[in-house]
Design a protein around this ligand. Structure first.
Ligand SMILES: [Zn+2]
Length: 207
């Protein structure tokens, strides 16, 4: 079973992780370690933290991303009054968003919304239409574009990072996006690898 444990890491000035990571159910930590072996360290740690709620992996990952942001800040000559803390907050926010962005309020995280076929027969022609039952149809959610998640607003991001909203918009937003992109790419690599390994395994079992 997936040994997910509560791992909310609340410190006074950092972003909180309010929910458990969502991973593939039924994979043990050993399974995940074995599947991710050979990956680059950040992706490996991401996979462990996301799939298993592994606190040690998360802790190392946070340090890694923090360092990454510090380097970017030095190279880019970022202007900040408390640069170390700011870098940490940006790293935390990026991890938080990569792991656990807001659940889409329209589809409640499902990625699809249902509609009444008799009222909207035209939607059947959409390439994103999926059948549900004789009265209802299902279509990719327009709010989250099917991901089940929505991006945090700039205002919310500023709030979580402890930065003034206007400053965020004018200065920090552009600095943050690549950091967030990096965190997302680590997670995407890990999940891609897991998906591939799971597919391989199911093919072997089916053979
Ligand atoms: Zn949605």
């Amino acid at each position: 079973m997936n040994p997910c444990v509560a791992w909310s890491i609340l410190t006074a000035r950092s972003v909180s992780f309010p929910r458990l990571p969502r991973g593939h159910g039924g994979l043990s930590r050993e399974d995940v370690c074995a599947m991710l072996a050979g990956m680059e360290r950040p992706a490996y740690l991401m996979g462990l933290a996301y799939e298993c709620g592994d606190k040690k992996a998360l802790s190392e990952l946070r340090s890694m991303l923090w360092l990454e942001v510090i380097v970017r800040a030095r190279v880019g000559g970022w202007r900040a009054t408390r640069p170390r803390m700011l870098c940490r907050n940006l790293a935390e926010l990026a991890l938080y968003e990569a792991f656990d962005p807001y659940v889409c309020p329209t589809c409640n995280g499902k990625g699809t919304t249902t509609f009444d076929l008799s009222e909207r027969p035209d939607l059947i022609l959409s390439p994103y239409y999926g059948e549900l039952n004789e009265h209802e149809g299902r279509i990719r959610c327009a709010t989250c574009r099917g991901s089940g998640k929505v991006k945090l607003s700039g205002r919310k991001r500023a709030d979580l990072a402890g930065i003034d909203k206007r400053q965020w918009q004018e200065y920090w937003s552009d600095k943050y996006e690549p950091v967030y992109g990096l965190a997302k790419s680590w997670l995407a690599q890990a999940r891609g690898e897991l998906r591939e390994k799971l597919n391989e395994n199911s093919e072997i079992e089916a053979a």
